[in-house]
Design a protein around this ligand. Structure first.
Ligand SMILES: [Mg+2]
Length: 132
C-alpha cells in the first residue's frame, strides 16, 4: 500500500524553508505505518535548488533521523511499468491541503495541520486490512 505524505503542515508546522515544529503524533504514526508494511512516499513541493537551498534534502533527513523509512521521494518507481502520468501514484494521500483532511491548530502553529489522532488509526486500519 502506497501512502503519499506531504511534509509542511502534515509532518511539521509550516515554517518553510525551515523545518517547523513536529505535528503532534505524525512521526509516531508514520513509524507505525512502516511497521504495518505501508510504503511511504514523501510527496512535497519542496525541492533542492540554488535559490532556496537543500530544503527537500532537509525534509528527507528529518524523517530519516526520526526513524521513518521512505519508499521514495516525489515519485513512485513502481508506476513506470503501467503509466507515463507525471502524477505520483498512491493508494492514499495525506496532505493538510487536501479537502476533507482532519485538521487541528496546535498552540503556536502558523496554520492548521493534519490531525494524526484521527488520520493515524484510520490509515493503520486500512493498511492492516489490505495486507490480509
Ligand atoms: Mg502542506
Amino acid at each position: 500500500m502506497y501512502i503519499c505524505v506531504d511534509f509542511d503542515g502534515t509532518v511539521v508546522d509550516h515554517r518553510f524553508p525551515e523545518i517547523g515544529k513536529p505535528v503532534p503524533h505524525a512521526i509516531k504514526w508514520l513509524k507505525r505505518l512502516n511497521e504495518c508494511g505501508a510504503r511511504l512516499i514523501l510527496y512535497t513541493m519542496r525541492s533542492d535548488s540554488e535559490q532556496m537551498g537543500n530544503v527537500l534534502s532537509d525534509a528527507v533527513r528529518y524523517l530519516e533521523n526520526e526513524g521513518v523509512s521512505l519508499f521514495s521521494v516525489n515519485n513512485n518507481p513502481s508506476q513506470k511499468d503501467w503509466t507515463t502520468s507525471p502524477k505520483v501514484y498512491g493508494d492514499i494521500y495525506v496532505d493538510d491541503s487536501a479537502f476533507g483532511c482532519p485538521l487541528i491548530k496546535p498552540k503556536g502553529f502558523t496554520r492548521p495541520c493534519v490531525d494524526w489522532k484521527i488520520v493515524g488509526p484510520q490509515l493503520e486500519h486500512l493498511c492492516l486490512s489490505r495486507r490480509l
